[in-house]
Design a protein around this ligand. Structure first.
Ligand code: ZN
Ligand code: ZN
Length: 280
């Protein structure tokens, strides 16, 4: 790393390197280096600019504030203009914001902004496809799931040996069908409804979720109304998580690390079968 301008944590799971930082009202950014995508740009660690595609969950400042820096740095470093996906209703205002920075900075802001609606699917490579999911926050928001596409031998051919399969293939037979494996999902900011409305969040190999509140005395109705989740929301759904890894992020600044660990271990003593990782 040439410049260390922002803190990040890092974790590798199943061949995917998850890097990022996320505290509520401070900043949220993630990089999935192998998939060449960023999730949210509340801040931009210097070497995250090398990724040409960003997906933004919603336009709250702690998730979008570094957008001008991202676009401008890539131009300065002579990289291709980035492609940035964000909720459809935020595109025009984000574009205006970049034009305002153009006036202030006297530098061009070359990029493509593309609006996302829940259900939209974007090919991020031949192998991976991202789907936008409807989440529930105080402004328009989406979550994401990335599926890996794999070709699998059709069941009717599975008893055949190598030469027989090769012969069928040569004869032009369609011997495989596509299967999709949900490798990673990201909730962004959402109330529990966003989880419940999208069962895929419980099925992805890795889930990056927001867990903004952890103290028992914090009122759940108020938290949900403000579009966030509490550790008790995870406790109530603990039998539903089929994920291999559940990352809890976006913790409120009203707790220090010690308090977060204490409250979470009180609510979830077995840490969802050891699969829960606090991103703090
Ligand atoms: Zn946030
Ligand atoms: Zn938010």
């Amino acid at each position: 790393m040439l410049v260390n301008n922002a803190p990040i944590l890092s974790h590798v799971h199943d061949g995917l390197t998850i890097e990022g930082y996320s505290r509520a009202a401070v900043q949220t950014c993630w990089r999935l280096n192998e998939l060449k995508v960023l999730f949210d740009v509340g801040i931009q660690p210097w070497d995250f600019m090398g990724i040409p595609t960003a997906f933004i969950t919603h336009a709250h400042l702690d998730h979008i504030a570094a957008l001008p820096a991202y676009v401008s740095r890539r131009r300065m470093m002579k990289m291709d203009p980035p492609v940035i996906y964000l909720p459809d209703s935020a595109v025009d205002a984000a574009w205006d914001m970049l034009q305002t920075f153009k006036k202030l900075d006297r530098g061009a802001m070359p990029c493509e902004l593309i609006g996302l609606l829940p259900g939209d699917q974007i090919d991020i490579s031949r192998e991976y496809v991202l789907t936008a999911l409807p989440t529930t926050h105080t402004i328009d928001s989406v979550g994401f799931v990335i599926h890996q596409r794999r070709n699998k031998l059709k069941p009717e051919f599975q008893h055949l040996d190598g030469p027989q399969i090769k012969a069928l293939k040569l004869a032009g037979e369609e011997i495989t069908s596509e299967i999709r494996i949900p490798v990673i999902a990201y909730t962004g900011d959402t109330s529990p409804k966003g989880l419940d409305d999208n069962p895929i969040f419980f099925e992805a190999k890795t889930l990056i979720a927001e867990m903004t509140f952890v103290a028992p005395e914090h009122r759940k109705e108020k938290i949900h109304k403000h579009g966030h989740m509490h550790v008790d929301d995870f406790r109530k759904r603990q039998d539903r998580f089929q994920n291999e890894l559940i990352i809890a992020s976006h913790l409120s600044t009203r707790y220090n690390t010690h308090q977060v660990k204490k409250f979470v271990s009180q609510a979830l003593p077995d840490a969802l079968g050891g699969r829960l990782k606090l991103w703090i």
